[in-house]
Design a protein around this ligand. Structure first.
Ligand code: PGA
Length: 304
């Protein structure tokens, strides 16, 4: 059997075909002709000794061998980017790239934190992705970020996670809700209420569900929305109560468009974690950011 011996060019073309979902679009993105793209992929298939794509109708799908090679190529290119940054640091180049992804709920304070970081290090280019917990875990698996800010990651993954800030979850209502101002509302009374909640991939949603299950309280999730902003609008419009991170509510509480209800058992305390892959060697810029986050006054020593 021959050895797998691809060129970097073949791998780059292959990754582009996968990510742009087609030979034609990859050719456009790479400024190559379509036959040139096909030849690179054919050569890669020859060295792999197996087809990398299945064509069904007009669509192409990765075969199992294709998946293996795609995973490997993505890791390889991420490692090469890291190496480039480390070499630049050795050359004394101050500038670099920071690739960071944060949970939608963390986006509110993370953008402020990044602004502070950018003021200290103006030559660092920051690429920020704001997405939900499920997608953050997938990005950690794919090694496509330097670091991620999210709720406590699930155990059993090879991740290094450090808590650095509290994340209180609270029950919110429209300012004219009859419970506004009421003291110590029993948890059991939530059962009669309608709730507007986040989508199933959300960490906030999972934490709320865990808390309610542990307390034996079943509430009615009347509406599901994939953004904190949409939930706040819906609660303001009187569509139900919401459970959100306090970090998403600053403006609405200040302008008294929403109120936090005093429900027994709340706030449910969670923590924000800075998360990276366990084996990952951080780029100099990544290490700088890690120190910046963990040494700021927000640092807490706590578990979820
Ligand atoms: P999310 O964030 O609800 O926006 O997914 C919280 C988390 O990651 O735990």
């Amino acid at each position: 059997m021959g050895r797998l011996n691809p060129t970097l060019r073949q791998l780059r073309v292959f990754v582009s075909v996968v990510e742009s979902q087609g030979f034609t679009r990859a050719a456009e993105a790479l400024h190559l002709s379509q036959p040139a793209v096909s030849i690179q992929v054919k050569q890669l298939e020859a060295t792999a000794g197996m087809p990398l794509f299945d064509q069904i109708g007009k669509k192409i799908f990765l075969t199992e061998a294709g998946e293996v090679l795609y995973d490997c190529a993505r890791n390889l290119f991420a490692e090469l980017e890291d190496a480039e940054e480390r070499i630049n640091a050795l050359k004394g180049v101050k500038a670099g790239r920071l690739r960071i992804a944060v949970a939608t709920t963390a986006g509110y304070f993370a953008t402020r934190m990044l602004a502070e970081f950018a003021r200290l290090y103006p030559e660092i280019v920051i690429r920020l992705d704001v997405t939900n917990r499920a997608s953050l875990l997938a990005q950690l698996d794919a090694n496509s970020q330097d670091m991620v800010i999210m709720g406590e990651p699930p155990p059993g993954r090879d991740l290094l996670a450090t808590a650095f800030m509290e994340n209180p979850l609270v029950v919110v209502a429209a300012a004219d809700h009859p419970w506004a101002g009421r003291k110590r509302i029993p948890l059991s009374e939530l059962q009669a209420q309608r709730f507007v909640v986040r989508e199933p991939g959300s960490g906030t949603r999972a934490a709320v569900q865990r808390f309610l299950d542990a307390e034996g309280v079943g509430v009615q999730f009347a509406m599901e929305m994939s953004s904190n902003e949409a939930i706040k609008q819906a609660v303001q419009a009187g569509l139900g109560l919401g459970i959100c991170s306090l970090h998403t509510l600053e403006l609405e509480l200040e302008t008294r468009r929403l109120v936090v209800l005093d429900v027994h058992g709340f706030p449910v305390m969670r923590y924000w974690y800075l998360v990276q892959r366990a084996g990952k060697r951080l780029s100099p810029v990544g290490a700088l950011f890690r120190d910046f986050v963990l040494n700021s006054e927000r640092r807490v020593d706590a578990g979820d």
